[in-house]
Ligand binder design. Structure first.
Ligand code: GBH
Length: 453
């Protein structure tokens, strides 16, 4: 890769976009306010046994009422950008039909407030909170068309001020984890034929969404996705293992990101699914492969891969050792190198025009100190480690434009409720008081100096 000529291994390029991220259902609360429609997550979180402690997003961080306070938090943090998601059911309470002016007005106020504070909005249109009124949810192909209509409407409303729009967040989570393993709403465990169809409707919604956004956008609007492809670290930094990483990324994401970047399903995927392969209509793959202006990826963890010519794909995904370090969420193995290798493998295979890290962060077992603060040194170490490898990607000239820490503040962590907290600001869920953790102090200094502290 070309180098920027920088020799400082701690500095980031000028104009690197530092940000923080959240999602609607995880922070907004106010689930019955101003005409918001019910979502899959309202139903799921109110179903006994689905979410830890019976927690719900009914109140969450109450950001629907406290968004000005949250903008002030972002401003104090010094970040240049904020990634948030729009609650589809605030705009179209039934998923489609007539827009709800009060819901739209909330996002107008939020966007205007951000811009007034000098903070660039990066908007995700769908971060898992699906209007409950849409029959069959993602099992129904019509949901993809409803999404495109919603995307079109929001783009027409916001694209005079919002220049970065992401269609959906994390394909695998709202398809496989929701309809196959069932840990997330609606909590189904469907047979593979139906799961593959749900996956297809997910990527189709993205593709139709891209087309709808382009048709409705004011000039200068950039379209992307925030996905969480499975990404890997080479066992040794040699050509054979690096090539194996690329093959693994391509195959393991065949039904998601690979289909989007290549406009086709891999033959290997279709063959492996056999009679369970999805039903694909004429024009679907063309929509799914719509060119993007940027690709954002959420990076948390990744396994090591080694070249193995004896395996069908020519790669071997190594299992975790039991003693591998993890953060508070059991799935969150620490693998800082994956942020570099994820960017590099994707760049070498698909050459997206620009890339962002739309999420990176961790849960920790936070202790509240006597002074009311959380000294989350473990989160600082996690972030510093990952961002060191991110810096390598930037230094080598890979097209990485920005980074959003997950999350601005403690929030509703889906099926884990409030038992796993990812914030760099502590939230007291009784008083709703937000307090910077040590990690927020650390991140503020990183952003201020544009250099690893
Ligand atoms: C992101 O998902 C989300 O976008 C965000 O909303 C969330 O709060 C944040 O990360 C932290 O979790 O296979 O059952 O062991 C993270 C994606 C979460 C996907 C955990 C895989 C493994 C669950 N991952 N998940 S399981």
């Amino acid at each position: 890769a070309a180098t920027t000529g920088r020799v400082d291994p701690l500095a980031f390029p000028d104009n690197f976009l530092w940000g923080a991220a959240t999602a609607a259902y995880q922070i907004e609360g106010a689930v019955k306010e101003d005409g918001r429609g019910l979502t899959n997550w309202d139903i799921f979180s109110h179903t006994p046994g689905k979410v830890a402690n019976g927690d719900t997003g009914d109140v969450a961080c109450d950001s629907y009422h406290r968004y000005q306070e949250d903008i002030a938090l972002l401003k104090a943090l010094g970040v240049k950008a904020y990634r948030f998601s729009i609650a589809w059911s605030r705009i179209f309470p039934d998923g489609r039909g007539q827009p709800n002016p009060k819901g739209v007005a909330y996002y107008d106020r939020l966007v205007d407030g951000l811009l007034a504070a000098g903070i660039t909005p990066h908007v995700t249109l769908f971060h898992w909170d699906l209007p409950h009124a849409l029959p069959g949810g993602w099992q129904n192909r019509d949901t993809a068309y409803a999404f495109a209509d919603y995307a079109s409407y929001m783009t027409a409303r916001l694209s005079d001020r919002v220049k970065h729009i992401m269609t959906v967040n994390e394909l695998r989570c709202f398809t496989d984890l929701s309809y196959m393993t069932g840990g997330k709403a609606p909590g189904l465990k469907l047979p593979m034929k139906e799961v593959n169809q749900v996956r297809h409707h997910g990527v189709l919604a993205h593709g139709l969404g891209v087309q709808a956004i382009r048709a409705a956008a004011k000039s200068g609007t950039q379209v992307g996705i925030a996905d969480n492809p499975n990404i890997y670290v080479p066992a040794i930094e040699t050509t054979d293992h690096i090539e194996a990483v690329k093959r693994a990324v391509r195959e393991e994401n065949a039904m998601f990101l690979t289909a989007i970047m290549e406009g086709a399903y891999r033959d290997t995927y279709l063959a492996a699914q056999g009679k369970d392969a999805p039903v694909v209509k004429a024009g679907d793959m063309r929509a799914i492969g719509s060119p993007l202006d940027f690709l954002s990826i959420n990076v948390y963890t990744g396994n090591t891969v080694r070249a193995d010519t004896a395996k069908p794909g020519g790669y071997d995904i190594l299992p975790r050792l039991p003693q591998s370090p993890r953060m508070a969420s059991p799935w969150l193995y620490v693998s800082p190198e994956v942020i570099y290798w994820g960017i590099r493998a994707i760049h070498e295979m698909w050459k997206p025009k620009a890339m962002y890290i739309s999420e990176n962060g961790c849960s920790t077992d936070d202790q509240l100190s006597a002074d009311g603060r959380v000294y989350d040194a473990d989160r600082v170490m996690y972030l510093r480690n990952y961002i060191t490898h991110l810096q390598r990607a930037a230094r080598e000239g890979l097209p990485i434009k920005g980074y959003f820490v997950w999350s601005l503040m403690d929030n509703f962590e889906w099926e884990d409720g409030y038992t796993k907290l990812f914030g760099i600001h502590h939230v007291d869920f009784k008083t709703q008081k937000r307090t910077p953790k040590l990690s927020a102090d650390w991140y503020r200094e990183l952003v201020r100096t544009n250099r690893l502290v």
